[in-house]
Design a protein around this ligand. Structure first.
Ligand SMILES: *[C@@H]1O[C@H](CO)[C@@H](O)[C@H](O)[C@H]1NC(C)=O
Ligand SMILES: *[C@@H]1O[C@H](CO)[C@@H](O)[C@H](O)[C@H]1NC(C)=O
Length: 228
């Protein structure tokens, strides 16, 4: 009898702990997707008060330094650009969706900020336009979007220090289409992040600062200054 009661208690404890670790099912996430996106308009910048700017945090990672061409005056590097913001239309109560705290979604389904490298030597496309990385959304409306690509910028060559070449190049990334009263960039760090960085045999990165400036025409511009 005593052993049986203990057995029952153990059974109850096991069931209770299964409930505690109960995770989201496919059906929960599908219902969440339906509820969030049925009435969602990805064409509209996601601010509850449209007279206030959406603040987008930017983290710039230098993945590799590819080349510096003194004749063409161009620098090429591979960058990963992380962006984060809050979309008030993408908030939910996790307990109603099997404790789904966050999920990854197709980039074509939500509003995404676009930035352009203004001193590019390639056709003018938004940075990462050909990457299809899935953004992550959290139940508090926080969106995390990581994209990137090869950025090739025009940079005046400094030949004054020849042959001890030392070059500075600033990548200028602008929120074209949205003025800063609508979209404001904010630099998450004052330096480019080098967690993914592969060193280059000919060039040393001496400086790699990042900051946001406000430019003419009222755009917000993210600058990544590289000193080689
Ligand atoms: C972006 O993320 C960073 C790091 O978590 C945070 O400090 C910053 O406030 C976020 N920015 C926005 C605009 O949400
Ligand atoms: C979801 O968020 C809640 C509240 O912040 C937290 O207690 C819980 O551990 C989170 N669950 C997961 C799976 O991250």
């Amino acid at each position: 009898m005593c052993f049986r009661q203990f057995g029952l208690l153990r059974f109850v404890i096991i069931v209770a702990s299964i409930e505690l670790v109960y995770a989201q099912s496919h059906a929960d996430v599908k219902r969440l997707y339906t509820d969030l996106f049925t009435d969602y308009r990805k064409e509209i910048i996601p601010t509850a008060d449209q007279s206030k700017p959406l603040v987008v945090g930017v983290t710039f990672h230098i993945a590799s330094f590819n080349s510096f061409n003194e004749v063409d005056e161009t620098m090429s590097l591979t960058a990963v650009v992380d962006m984060n913001w809050t979309d008030p239309a993408l908030m939910w109560d996790p307990t109603l969706y099997g404790n789904t705290n966050f999920t990854t979604i197709n980039p074509k389904d939500l509003w995404l900020p676009q930035i352009y490298l203004t001193n590019t030597v390639d056709p003018m496309n938004p940075v990462g336009h050909d990457s299809k990385v899935y953004p992550t959304i959290g139940y508090t409306g926080k969106v995390f979007y990581s994209h990137g690509g090869i950025l090739k910028a025009k940079c005046p060559t400094d030949i004054s220090k020849f042959p001890f070449d030392s070059q500075t190049c600033t990548l200028e990334l602008m929120t074209w289409g949205f003025v800063q009263s609508q979209l404001l960039l904010s630099s998450n760090f004052d330096k480019a992040q080098l967690g993914f960085f592969d060193a280059h045999s000919d060039w040393n990165l001496l400086e790699y600062s990042t900051h946001v400036v406000s430019v003419s025409f009222g755009y917000s511009m993210f600058n990544s200054k590289t000193h080689l």
